[in-house]
Ligand binder design. Structure first.
Ligand code: DX5
Ligand code: ZN
Length: 230
């Protein structure tokens, strides 16, 4: 998998909300490919985070795409507001959508990209029928709801299977992973077939600036997995 195809999506869940605009601008300057916005409703997942007004607030601070990761029940009720806020992509959970085909069509008819996310305990087959309609498939590599959790190792064969499913369809569907991505797990996910990595706590960290954290992560992705002879 050529490393120049690998994208990084900083998740604002771990950002300093008192400086949110500056933090997303810094992430873009540091090479972020899009901004990942985790919308949680306190129902599908325990925490409540934020919604369209946050997307609207940061829309003017960056020119890269905004992607919405909807961890809510009834995501279809919020699509219009999110589109009006200027988002570029909306990802809904297959577990939250009994009528996922209809929701995906609703998103696409709003002229934004559509993605589906699946939880660690959900079989990949739950996304199989809808896959040809998607711009993006998101494999959760932690249970959703919180930043700073550890990457679940059994996700690796699942990412590999998802990559094979996408190749079999022959369309360019982005394979995204979300949860526990750091300098160790990033290259593991890429080797398994992921092309877009969400990173929250690895990017918005107290240990270094956003720029330093992004460049450390980028180096880890670009480093060869095996030693090469010179
Ligand atoms: C968790 C969210 C993630 C979260 C990832 O439910 O979907 O986007 O921000 O955080 P890290 O990268 O810290 O695991
Ligand atoms: Zn997310």
């Amino acid at each position: 998998m050529p490393s120049n195809r690998i994208q990084i999506a900083p998740s604002i869940l771990s950002a300093d909300f008192a400086r949110l605009g500056d933090q997303v601008a810094e992430a873009e300057l540091a090479g972020a490919d899009c901004i990942h916005i985790d919308v949680m409703d306190g129902q599908f997942v325990p925490p409540i985070t934020f919604g369209p007004i946050i997307a609207d607030s940061i829309r003017d601070r960056v020119s890269i795409p905004l992607e919405i990761h909807m961890m809510t029940l009834h995501p279809e009720n919020h699509i219009r507001q999110l589109v009006d806020a200027g988002v570029d992509r909306i990802i809904v959970h297959v577990e939250a959508c009994p009528h996922v085909h209809a929701v995906v069509q609703q998103i696409k008819s709003s002229k934004v990209e559509a993605g589906v996310a699946i939880n660690p305990g959900t079989s990949l087959s739950a996304a199989e029928e809808i896959l040809p309609d998607l711009d993006q498939l998101l494999i959760m590599t932690v249970n959703p709801g919180y930043g700073g959790q550890s990457f679940i190792p059994s996700s690796i064969p699942k990412i590999e299977r998802a990559r094979r499913m996408i190749e079999a369809i022959g369309r360019s569907i982005t394979l995204e992973v979300d949860g526990g991505i750091n300098t160790t797990t990033a290259s593991i996910a890429v080797d398994a077939g992921a092309t877009l990595l969400v990173a929250g706590s690895a990017v918005f960290t107290h240990d270094s600036s956003v720029a330093e954290a992004m460049s450390t992560l980028r180096r880890a992705i670009d480093a060869p997995t095996f030693p090469v002879d010179h």
